[in-house]
Design a protein around this ligand. Structure first.
Ligand code: SF4
Length: 389
């Protein structure tokens, strides 16, 4: 899918250079300004036309009048002792989302980087300005305000979907996050694992991926981006078609039988486990790469030995690693994480069955920085116990 095939931009800040060229042509402005404006926004992170100092004042005024403005700003930054940083980001309409910056070597990074050692070097690590003393940071970003999927163990799901984010807002988080990096830190990867189900906002997420990877923008390789989904089958296939498998996929499985999965994830009623597994098997994973299977462990529901053996069976032959995530406590759900001995036994069974399995420890609990289970400031009071479906 080329930018020209994408639906119309929802905001000036998410236009590609050819879209800027068309608009500038309509305004009677030289088309070469298109790349200048795009670079200001996506390379330098400047969205306020008044600060685009190499543009004539006349054009800056036109851009302001047309509504080009920063779609978001940082309302609060919280830093964890291990270097993880959580940004509370406020959108133009006052809605808030969260994004988390996770340095390599931090507790939170363990699961994300667990398999990197076997992955090939890419444009970034081969680039002239890459230094071995660079501290790589992965950013976990949100794609929706809230989430409609209603997973029983997730704060975002319990609060429900407030609204979709547009591509400008999604990219803005990345630009704001990059601006907080210090010293030799470098943004090296993005995971769509924050608030929201990215594939439920497919068009905006696909546009954001294209913008983030644009050579005149952040220029991040598609292979350094991971989309995490609860298993929306048609959109998994669409992602495969549009990006040829270059964007990494993480799929939340969370149960090895369809009844348990429906209790934890209502989306399973629409796309049952067997269809999700079939879509995972169709995903064109590049050579020497692997998919990620996410499995949140919930006490008494999906944590027994039989579940571990069934999970190993349905994943057999897949090029995948498994991330086990003892559920984070979410007030009002009535659900809890298993004891450590149960978690260890579950992991051991999967390993004995030949699956690379990693344990995602509670990450940065002091700032509640769990991707996909981001704490909702101001929403906590509204969290209520949901009946299991
Ligand atoms: S776990 Fe992910 S898909 Fe499920 S409700 Fe939470 S944010 Fe949505």
């Amino acid at each position: 899918m080329q930018p020209s095939d994408l639906p119309p931009a929802a905001s000036l800040a998410e236009q590609f250079p050819p879209e800027w060229e068309k608009l500038l042509g309509d305004w009677g402005e030289p088309r070469y300004r298109a790349l200048q404006i795009f670079r200001w926004i996506h390379q330098r992170g400047v969205q306020n036309p008044a600060q685009m100092t190499d543009l004539p004042k006349r054009l800056r005024d036109k851009l302001t009048d047309a509504g080009l403005a920063a779609p978001a700003h940082v309302a609060e930054v919280q830093a964890s002792a291990d270097g993880t940083k959580k940004l509370l980001v406020e959108l133009a309409d006052g809605k808030q989302i969260e994004t988390v910056l996770i340095p390599r070597g931090s507790v939170a990074a363990e699961d994300i980087f667990a398999s990197d050692s076997e992955e090939p070097r890419d444009e970034y690590t081969e680039s002239a300005d890459f230094r071995s003393d660079t501290l790589e940071v992965t950013q976990c970003i949100s794609s929706q305000v809230g989430c409609a999927m209603g997973c029983a163990f997730c704060a975002s799901g319990i609060a429900g979907l407030k609204r979709q984010m547009n591509a400008a807002e999604i990219v803005s988080q990345v630009l704001l996050g990059r601006a907080t990096l210090e010293g030799s830190s470098r943004l090296a990867g993005i995971v769509f694992m924050g608030m929201g189900e990215p594939l439920h906002n497919y068009n905006a997420v696909a546009r954001a991926i294209r913008l983030i990877s644009h050579p005149d923008g952040l220029g991040m390789s598609l292979r350094r981006m991971t989309v995490s989904t609860s298993g929306l089958v048609p959109e998994m296939d669409r992602l495969a078609r549009d990006f040829g498998g270059q964007v990494q996929l993480a799929v939340s499985v969370h149960a090895a039988d369809t009844d348990t999965r429906s209790k934890l994830m209502p989306v399973n009623k629409k796309y049952p486990l067997s269809e999700v597994i079939a879509a995972i098997r169709r995903y064109p994973v590049p050579r020497r790469r692997r998919l990620t299977i996410e499995y949140t462990l919930v006490r008494g529901m999906n944590d027994n030995e039989q579940s571990a053996r069934s999970l190993a069976r349905i994943l057999r032959g897949l090029r995948a690693k498994v991330n086990l995530i003892p559920m984070n406590p979410v007030q009002g759900t009535g659900l809890a994480a298993p004891d450590d001995t149960v978690v260890d036994r579950f992991q051991q069974i999967l390993r004995d069955e030949g699956l690379d399995t990693f344990l995602r420890r509670r990450r940065g609990d002091d700032i509640a920085a769990a991707c996909g289970q981001l704490a909702l400031h101001g929403e906590a009071r509204k969290v209520r116990a949901l009946p299991l479906v």
